[in-house]
Write a protein that binds this ligand. Structure first.
Ligand code: PLP
Length: 407
């Protein structure tokens, strides 16, 4: 197990400049990838390369720089489409998963009686839009925050307009049974949205195989820059989806006689008004190339071994409760959320101590899942989320820190 983890981790570590720094005089142990990932040199170079060599607006400039910037930008859309088995014309560039889900919530034109079914454990990005745009129907979860998937069919009614699920939970790391969910939802004529924020850089993804109708994700959790992500949708939805913002760049004709008479470009451009996040998008393309270069199958191998090493290591420490501890590695990614029973310490102060005393960076608090924490009766948790560059030695540093704090 150690060999599987360390051989890949040691190979890719030099790609990440951030990992060379120290915290409180100790080497940085970065275990907060579910929040955002460090960026490899290839991504940093792509962003800097745009600034240094090709700064120009896209889809406007007729000069050489404009042409170059447009080519780099369009390449990125193609890279992302290729990674998830989609067509570039089905990829709408947005700010991230949150905007992508809001895009669908707006696009479906939900009324107050239109129901959206989703697990109560979801991130707020896949909870609050359904409160605002439709009628939320949260699926029951168990005391560890795992959705009771067998309740799905019973929650679908004639008013259900969408089933919306996180591919991988940002709290338990559990992988949703997507194909089964799609089978049930489609049998009732209901489309499925997949929130792939936590899965894009951990699992091979193919929208055709998965059979979902929408996919939302962010670049920054997949080694790319923040400020960009995608909504993938089928052509027929994008063709009739209402515009939620308008302006420059999305118009093919603006008639000055007929007020209101304008002709939008075809999808996806009609949804991308204004200057986009050019450098972030170019960096996103480089991140996708980087992921493919390592290979998602290799990343998954590292993840499976790491999941066991991390969860078993934490669960062995007296005074530590790991959520979804019994979930096998095949059904989760390498992510562990836990509670440390340390008298007079909040989970936030546990995380602060891990950083200040051991150089270990993890998340703490509610991880944008207030309902999950309320139902599991937890006043906060700590989350360790490794990625492909993390070694067993680094997990040992986390375990040593937690052991000392819990003791
Ligand atoms: N969905 C899940 C499962 C997440 O973990 C996150 C971020 O943590 C989001 C959605 C929101 O992503 P973003 O903040 O990039 O829009």
């Amino acid at each position: 197990m150690k060999e599987t983890i360390d051989s890949l981790a040691k190979k890719v570590r030099p790609d990440f400049p951030l990992l060379r720094r120290e915290i409180s005089g100790r080497p940085l142990v970065f275990l907060d990838n579910a929040s955002t990932t460090p960026k490899p040199k290839a991504v940093i170079d792509a962003v800097v390369g745009y600034y240094e060599n090709a700064t120009a607006n896209v889809h406007r400039g007729v000069h050489a720089l404009g042409e170059e910037a447009t080519r780099l930008f369009d390449d990125a859309r193609r890279e992302v489409a290729g990674l998830i088995g989609a067509q570039p014309s089905e990829i709408v560039l947005v700010r991230g998963t949150t905007e992508a889900i809001n895009f669908v919530a707006n696009g479906l034109e939900l009324g107050p009686e239109d129901e959206v079914v989703f697990p109560a454990s979801e991130h707020h990005a896949n909870w609050i839009p359904w409160r605002v745009h439709g009628k939320p129907v949260p699926m029951p979860i168990d005391e560890d925050g795992l959705p009771k998937w067998d309740s799905l069919e019973g929650l679908i009614t004639k008013k259900t307009r969408l089933v919306s699920v996180g591919h991988v939970s940002n709290v338990t790391g559990a992988i949703a049974p997507v194909e089964e969910i799609v089978r049930i939802a489609h049998a009732h004529g209901v489309p499925v949205l997949l929130d792939a924020a936590q899965s894009l850089s951990h699992l091979p993804l193919d929208v055709q195989k998965l059979g979902v109708d929408f996919l939302a994700t962010s670049s920054h959790k997949a080694f790319g820059p923040s400020g960009v992500g995608i909504l993938w949708g089928r052509k027929d939805f994008l063709a009739k989806c209402p515009l939620y913002q308008v302006g420059g760049g999305m118009i093919s004709l603006n008639n000055d006689i007929d007020v209101g008479g304008f002709v939008p470009r075809d999808a996806p451009f009609k949804f991308e008004a204004g200057t986009p996040a050019i450098e972030a998008t170019i960096g996103f393309g480089a991140a996708v190339r980087y992921l493919r270069q390592i290979g998602l199958d290799h990343i998954r191998e590292h993840d499976l071994a790491m999941s066991r090493y991390l969860v078993e290591g934490l669960a062995d420490i007296p005074g530590v409760r790991v959520l979804a501890r019994k979930l096998p590695p095949e059904k989760r990614i390498a992510l562990a959320t836990f509670v440390v029973d340390a008298p007079a310490m909040t989970q936030e102060s546990v995380a602060r101590a891990l950083s200040d005393m051991f150089g270990v960076c993890v998340s703490a608090g509610f991880h944008c899942t207030h309902v999950l924490h309320a139902r599991a009766k937890l006043a906060g948790t700590v989350r360790a989320s490794p990625h492909v560059f993390n070694t067993t030695e680094e997990i040992d540093a986390l375990l040593e820190g937690v052991r000392e704090i819990a003791g």
